[in-house]
Write a protein that binds this ligand. Structure first.
Ligand SMILES: [Zn+2]
Length: 302
């Protein structure tokens, strides 16, 4: 845990939620089949990921994969009781050791959603240029501000910063690593666009190409069908859902932090998820995984 006032206060709130039984009651409702826990990570260290897996196992959750979720959507199997689905966004290079090796060891399924451009070209994720520029006292907007502007404008700001900065190291998996991890029976590879734009800030042509080209690219790499998607930043509109439907995607994940109920799964292009954070207390992450954190909204997320 990074020792900040926010994290320390959050730790005590989380401990209180655990001690007073909120988390246990959530687990009981999940075991009755009221909902599936839908959880996502980005770039956790191995210790955190193992800790989360062990906690979910100890609480009796069964780990389901994307394929199972698709079968539930089709009505081939009933809505599962006490289930959890684990997804991972972006395609960080560390995922191979910190997530996939753990998934193989503990025999639990994970779905990894990959932005193909950082994988193929070795360039960092676009927000790393912004963070690096700010660290080097080059004046620019914040990452959050850039998420709100038109995509072309954002791209030109990032390109300008890129010229001013020293080359930044690779952050994403390599193509060979994607091919290697895709061979694991526990790993599903999904798409997370090409360049990780905010899709709702893109033109029709750009949004469509981001959705379609990333699918084609990954399928070419791993020789498997890619039909699951995660919206970058959780941002989407009806337009993006239509593009996914028309281009043979079967499921997509948002970042809306609500429980995945049977009713909610019917709209299978907006599957909600709870985010696990990398620098907060484990007590807070227990509350996050079980959804209590978002349900109660004691503390504003991130
Ligand atoms: Zn992402």
């Amino acid at each position: 845990m990074r020792l900040t006032l926010r994290n320390i206060v959050s730790f005590f709130v989380a401990r209180l939620l655990i001690i007073t039984g909120f988390v246990n009651r959530t687990n009981q409702r999940a075991r009755k089949g009221n909902y599936i826990l839908s959880i996502y990570f980005h770039n956790p260290n191995q210790k955190l990921f193992i800790r989360c897996v062990k906690w979910l196992q100890k609480k009796g959750y069964s780990f389901i994969d994307v394929e199972t979720l698709k079968r539930v959507v089709k009505g081939e199997i009933p809505f599962p009781k006490g289930a959890v689905i684990i997804t991972v966004d972006d395609g960080w290079g560390n995922n191979k050791n910190n997530i996939v090796s753990v998934a193989n060891q503990y025999q639990i399924p994970v779905a990894i959603f990959i932005a193909t451009q950082p994988v193929e070209e070795g360039i960092p994720y676009w927000w790393s240029y912004i963070k690096n520029a700010r660290q080097n006292e080059i004046s620019c907007c914040s990452v959050e501000e850039l998420k709100k502007i038109n995509n072309e404008e954002r791209v030109s700001i990032v390109a300008m910063l890129q010229k001013q900065l020293q080359p930044l190291p690779r952050e994403a998996l390599t193509v060979e690593e994607v091919q290697e991890i895709a061979k694991s029976p526990y790993v599903t590879i999904g798409s997370h666009t090409v360049s990780h734009p905010i899709l709702t800030k893109c033109s029709d042509e750009k949004a469509l190409s981001e959705i379609l080209e990333s699918k084609n690219k990954i399928e070419g790499w791993i020789h498997k069908t890619v039909d699951a998607f995660a919206f970058p930043n959780g941002s989407f509109s009806q337009r993006e859902i239509q593009f996914l439907q028309k281009n043979n995607y079967r499921l997509s994940f948002s970042t809306e932090p609500i429980y995945l109920t049977e009713a909610r799964l019917k709209g299978h292009y907006t599957i909600p998820r709870f985010e696990v954070l990398e620098n907060v207390s484990f007590a807070e992450n227990i509350c996050r995984m079980s959804g209590v954190w978002f349900q109660r909204r004691f503390i504003k997320s991130k």
